[in-house]
Design a protein around this ligand. Sequence first.
Ligand code: HEM
Length: 207
Amino acid sequence: MKDVRFSKFLLFINALVPLGLMLWDVYHRRVGANPLEFATRTTGMLTLVFLTITIAVTPVRQTFKLNGLIKFRRMLGLFAFFYGFLHLMTYIWFDRFFNLRSVPGDVATRPFIAVGMAAFFLMAPLAITSTDKMLKRLGGKRWKSLHKLVYAAGVAGVLHYWLLVKSDIRLPLTFAFILLLLLAHRLFLKFYPPGKPVAEATLLPRD
Ligand code: HEM
């Protein structure tokens, strides 16, 4: 138990390191000509990275039989939401100058903003229902189906990134490929659950 708590503490500190580094670089003016854009992009990238890691927990756990990994999934998911919230705040502050009335118009005219918003608001119910109390209140089955939204948030996050890059699509493409692999793994396990012989679990119609 002590080990798990210590490992969670280490994860917590490490998950905050990128934020610390970003603030340090902004403070020491080491972020190029546009520190505001740097903060928006860095928090966006961190949201996508933590969301992808959160989605990868189950496939990695099942593939490498690392059952202990499950204990870190909630914290990873909450960090994805935390960085998503910071990212939204950088947009509201540096892009909209707190002019909230301009947001609906911006969402309507810039598709990547609309998709970013969708990704963030898909993560919100997952963060709200991440506590043991909410799990009990919803019940395991409903909680599990609700938390499948994480995949939709991941797809929307990658699409948001894809839509905003001007020319170089290599990084959005890499995230898209990783997400596709994780989704394929999930689907494979749905149709070929471990312990069930492939022949028995096959989708092909029986003769
Ligand atoms: C809450 C709604 C969101 C808004 C309003 C928003 C807005 C933005 C804006 C204005 C940029 C910078 C675009 C530029 O400089 O050209 C950006 C970049 C980015 N956002 Fe979002 N975003 C949102 C949610 C998200 C979410 C939920 C994710 C991840 C799942 C995400 C991932 C990214 C990434 C990866 C980048 C680009 C980073 C880079 O260029 O290195 N955003 N977003």
